[in-house]
Design a protein around this ligand. Structure first.
Ligand code: MN
Length: 223
């Protein structure tokens, strides 16, 4: 089996205004630089894929300048494939125009994940994405993965956004993602977003966290 190497990121919140922070200007500049840092990290580790586990954008209607600049930057890093999952802040219902705009650019290395269902990342490795259709999903968006079929002997990587174990952003129902989804769905990795500090849930499940620590109610920053 050919290995698959990827960077698992999420909760980048591009366009976040950082209102109330005395160094808001510097924080905004630093946040804009995160895509380049991700690209550098991926190349340094010889990972051709970058998974963004939701909340690439801070709001469902980011300024055109914000999303166009982000898309251009990712598209330019065309030695990498960017797998972009709508999260709760940039869910499909509210941020549909932004995601359509990115998809309409037609850049083959920008993969906007607008529906559930296995997608082949590379020969022998399948991504199972669970984009959020609304800001507050009422059921586990990863439930379908249990019965999702992929060819025998292939690698299965889940990509989702939302709280597990009853933590996460308060606006979503607690315990939305089953903490044993990796076992139920035979996943080799479940890349999660929502929690803003990097945290390992189990051998095969982790939250990447957000680039800087802010007032989210978590310990530490992303990784
Ligand atoms: Mn977030």
């Amino acid at each position: 089996m050919r290995p698959v190497r990827f960077i698992h990121s999420g909760d980048i919140h591009l366009g976040k205004p950082f209102g109330g922070y005395p160094e808001a200007d510097r924080l905004r500049v630093a946040r804009r630089g995160i895509l380049e840092r991700l690209a550098e990290a991926a190349r340094a580790r010889k990972a051709p894929h970058v998974l963004v586990a939701g909340d690439l954008f801070d709001t469902p209607n980011p300024a055109a300048q914000t999303w166009r600049q982000a898309a251009a930057e990712m598209a330019e890093a065309d030695d990498l494939t960017w797998w972009l999952l709508p999260g709760n802040h940039d869910n499909l219902a509210q941020a549909g125009a932004t995601w359509e705009g990115i998809a309409a650019l037609g850049r083959p290395n920008l993969r906007v994940l607008t529906g559930p269902g296995p997608v082949e990342m590379q020969p022998g490795a399948w991504l199972l994405p669970a984009p959020l259709a609304t800001r507050r999903p009422s059921s586990d968006p990863t439930a379908w993965m249990d019965t999702a079929r992929t060819p025998d002997g292939t690698i299965r990587i889940g990509l989702a956004h939302g709280p597990i174990h009853g933590f996460g952003e308060n606006e979503m129902p607690a315990d939305i993602i089953a903490p044993d989804r990796d076992r139920r769905a035979r996943l080799d990795w479940l890349a999660l977003g929502d929690w803003h500090g990097m945290i390992r849930i189990s051998e095969r499940i982790a939250y990447a966290g957000s680039p800087e620590q802010t007032g989210f109610g978590h310990d530490g920053r992303g990784a």
